[in-house]
Design a protein around this ligand. Structure first.
Ligand SMILES: Cc1ncc(COP(=O)(O)O)c(C=O)c1O
Length: 557
């Protein structure tokens, strides 16, 4: 039997073996009908596609109707021979709520507002569904973009005015990087540019106080790629199991579906600020063994998405203990390590090295850890530029060879993303020309996020039937909502899950797009939603409070 997304009760036997639901009914937005397809009669030697408006010789009026046709690929083409039942079933079954039904509806509403402002009860759509800081109002940090601009277009360095436009330390860093990289338009080493990997290793050493080897660092085009490569390499079919936290970031469940492996769920403890209950994890490991699940790995997200919780050092020690006893690879997703508002981020690598130091020649020596970081989050927030890295600790060299091979199949991570990774781990030094601006921008973003998190937290605390944990880290709040039975029944009538029903109504009434808890996993019978706290202004929190009141007034039992 193929088992996926297992929820193993701490008591032993499986409570439910839920094979991933088939894909959500998605309504796809219509493709624009305006793409032009040029006939071969038009000779465009070097440019297969030239916008008509830019050139008099190719103005649309000069083209006869026979020389081009309007190309309108209809998404409902009944004639297309490839149908969904002929697709890879794992692709069809994979679910990714963060960009699912709610997000698609939000895009439709945004288009509607553009075409017909005033046609909806709100003025704008607020994407609180995804941790995408620069989609909202977070500005890029100047130093990062100055270096990036110079690396992209090195001729700027020859411009006599470049020293007026760019800070001295940005110019120096760009020259250093250009010297190491050559052109960002060329493929780099598949593991990433050696000089960047050296900077990453230095950053890790300074952060943890333990050495790091640049050869164990793999740069990747966003953390997602590192995670996908690891899960692909470790998966050996449906009986291979991966412990994932619930609630979880759906990259994990979706990728495990894609690679046809089994997600074995361990529940975070909401009552204890979403802490990891290691005794429960141990029971689940034992139960999985009884079911002949070959457990490969435990995934830990710290700080948590969607929970925002930060693991204590003791929690991390306990998780490493379980991994050491059962030879589980630890995948430590640490992409939110700079988004810490309460307490302290401690890396798995640091705690592992401490355990190894405290217990020489012990089980900890054989622990295998993949630590992942990204340029998408923190104060850098450059999600679209696709940068990040993973550091492998304790892996067998022959295993690493195959992970390296996966990196090679993808040729190389985006080179500009690698540049940003270097900048993230090696920010401007005190005394440099960019330093003051950098610190002020960095702190400005940090304080704004903290303020917005608290603002939203206070708003949730006032709302009827809502419980929420104090925001500790990451970019999200994951409030628990009490949905009245009348609303649950109304949701059933329209074939929706209750929290999805709530979130869809919120979107339709206010333009606020959040993600239902069911997209991340939640204890049965509980309802949540995840919102980022990236949205600017106080209106956002006020709209949420008002909507919730309206909803409760309508459906209160
Ligand atoms: C926990 C977690 N891991 C990984 C990612 C993916 O990050 P990246 O943009 O680096 O691929 C995200 C994105 O939101 C995330 O929340």
């Amino acid at each position: 039997m193929i088992r996926r997304n297992l929820r193993l009760p701490a008591s032993g036997a499986y409570s439910s073996l839920t094979k991933g639901r088939t894909s959500m009914a998605l309504s796809y937005p219509k493709l624009p009908a305006t793409s032009l397809s040029f006939s071969p009669k038009i000779s465009q030697k070097n440019f297969p596609f030239k916008p008509a408006v830019c050139s008099s010789s190719f103005s649309s009026s000069s083209l006869s109707s026979s020389s081009f046709s309007l190309f309108n690929p209809s998404p409902s083409n009944e004639m297309a021979p490839l149908t969904v039942d002929k697709l890879n079933e794992h692709v069809v079954n994979a679910k990714y709520a963060v960009r699912g039904r709610l997000a698609l509806r939000a895009e439709e509403l945004r288009e509607q507002l553009k075409a017909n402002p005033g046609s909806l009860p709100f003025k704008k759509v607020v994407n609180a569904n995804i941790g995408n800081p620069q989609q909202l109002d977070q500005n890029p940090i100047t130093f990062y973009r100055q270096v990036l601009a110079l690396v992209q277009y090195p001729d700027l360095l020859k411009n006599p005015d470049s020293e007026l436009l760019f800070k001295k330390d940005a110019i120096e860093r760009a020259k250093f990087l250009i010297n190491e990289i050559g052109s960002v338009g060329a493929y780099s080493h598949s593991k990433g540019i050696p000089a960047v990997r050296k900077s990453v290793a230095k950053f890790i050493e300074q952060r943890d106080g333990f050495p790091s080897d640049p050869e164990r660092i793999y740069l990747c085009a966003g953390a997602s790629i590192g995670v996908t490569q690891l899960l692909s390499a470790l998966s050996t079919g449906p009986t291979s199991g991966f412990l994932i936290p619930i609630p979880q970031y759906p990259l994990y469940s979706a990728t495990l579906t894609l690679v046809n492996s089994t997600a074995v769920q361990y529940h975070l403890d909401e009552k204890k600020g979403w802490a990891t209950n290691v005794d429960e994890v141990r029971s689940i490991v034992d139960a999985a063994k009884l079911q002949n699940i070959d457990l490969k790995s435990i995934v830990v997200i710290n700080p948590g998405n969607p929970t925002g919780a930060i693991l204590s050092e003791q929690n991390i020690r306990d998780i490493i203990d379980v991994a050491a006893d059962d030879h589980l690879v630890i995948i430590a997703d640490e992409v939110y390590q700079a988004n810490v508002f309460v307490g302290e981020f401690i890396s798995f690598k640091k705690v592992l090295r401490k355990l190894q130091q405290e217990n020489p020649g012990s089980k900890y020596d054989s622990v295998q850890l993949a630590s992942i970081h990204s340029t998408s989050k923190g104060m850098i927030g450059e999600c679209g530029q696709r940068g990040g890295y993973m550091e492998l600790t304790g892996f067998h060299p022959e295993v690493e060879e195959h992970i390296y091979k996966l990196a090679s199949i993808a040729l190389c991570p985006v080179v500009t993303g690698q540049v940003l990774t270097e900048l993230m781990v090696n920010p401007p030094a005190p005394g440099g020309d960019s330093y003051e601006t950098f610190i002020s921008e960095y702190n400005g973003i940090f304080n704004t996020l903290k303020h917005r998190a608290n603002n939203l937290y206070q708003a949730f605390k006032q709302m009827e039937g809502v419980e929420v944990q104090e925001p500790q880290g990451a970019m999200y709040l994951f409030p628990r909502i009490t949905i009245p039975q009348k609303a649950i029944d109304a949701a059933k009538e329209v074939n929706e899950v209750a929290d999805e029903f709530y979130c869809l109504q919120l979107l339709e009434r206010t333009g606020i797009c959040v993600i239902p808890g069911s997209g991340f996993g939640q204890q049965e019978g509980t309802w949540h939603f995840r919102t980022t706290f990236l949205a600017p202004g106080d209106d956002y929190a006020i709209d949420l409070v008002n909507f919730h009141k309206e909803f409760m007034d309508k459906y209160r039992d």
